[in-house]
Ligand binder design. Structure first.
Ligand code: AP5
Length: 214
């Protein structure tokens, strides 16, 4: 199963991707996570990406397209994957289609998670992520059992640099600029589904599963 999750910052793409990974045993491929690791490791890619990410903008297409091309060649992607945060522009979507064609593969489902801005702000300002295993939490909606500590692995929880209110707004604006064209690109082939992303994490996961198993 090859799946794309679309949606604005904070829509719950990462949260749902982790649940899909557990249920269907396919990897989550998140360009945001790959870029954040590169930033933390201070690699040339990370140094280049940091300024775009801190400003709430997009890292140039050619950089992320290259990242995804390499990642999809890895052995754990053979039986499928969840693309979380990629593609974000039509140029990225076109490059992905080209790449999949070369691999004689195609995307099975594109799921757009729709959430409005007021809810996104609440979600992102309260988000905390585990430094060690990447598990996501929310201070009010999905709090860890112990303050600042990951329930799963005991790692330290941190707040992302780009989860400040003014950067969230910029990320949302960038998403709005790109998303209409991107959704219309994927609406053409009948594999595009839009689901409402408000409600409990479990409710939304049930909607995702209904799409995948329809
Ligand atoms: P990226 O990491 O992809 O960030 P994003 O798209 O802005 O999405 P988020 O990770 O912020 O949100 P999410 O939808 O995964 O929500 P989550 O599940 O965590 O990208 C970061 C940056 O990297 C970009 O700005 C860009 O610079 C660069 N980049 C990445 N990909 C790129 C690309 N392809 N091209 C160019 N640049 C790229 O949930 C959020 C919070 O809400 C959590 O606390 C969670 O617990 C909570 N929550 C989730 N669901 C619910 C619910 N139903 N109810 C209540 N709370 C919920």
């Amino acid at each position: 199963m090859r799946l794309i999750l679309l949606g604005p910052p904070g829509a719950g793409k990462g949260t749902q991707a982790k649940l899909i990974t557990k249920k269907y045993n396919i990897p989550q491929v998140s360009t945001g996570d790959i870029l954040r690791k590169a930033v933390a490791d201070k690699t040339p890619l990370g140094i280049k990406a940091k300024s775009y990410m801190d400003a709430g903008g997009l890292v140039p297409d050619e950089v992320v397209i290259g990242i995804i091309e390499n990642r999809l060649k890895e052995s754990d992607c053979k039986s499928g994957y969840i693309l979380d945060g990629f593609p974000r522009t039509t140029a990225q979507a076109e490059a992905l289609s080209k790449n999949l064609k070369k691999m004689s593969a195609e995307i099975d489902h594109v799921i757009d998670i729709d959430v409005d801005y007021d809810e996104l702000i609440k979600r992102l300002t309260g988000r905390r992520t585990c430094r060690k295993c990447g598990e996501g939490f929310h201070l009010s909606f999905n709090p860890p059992k112990k303050d600042g500590i990951c329930d799963r692995c005991g790692g330290e929880l941190y707040q992302r640099d780009d989860d400040k209110e003014e950067t969230i707004y910029k990320r949302f604006k960038v998403y709005q600029e790109q998303s209409t064209q991107l959704k219309s690109y994927y609406s053409k082939n009948g594999r595009f589904h839009s689901i409402k992303g408000t409600g409990s994490i479990e409710d939304i996961f049930n909607k995702v599963v209904s799409v995948l198993e329809a």
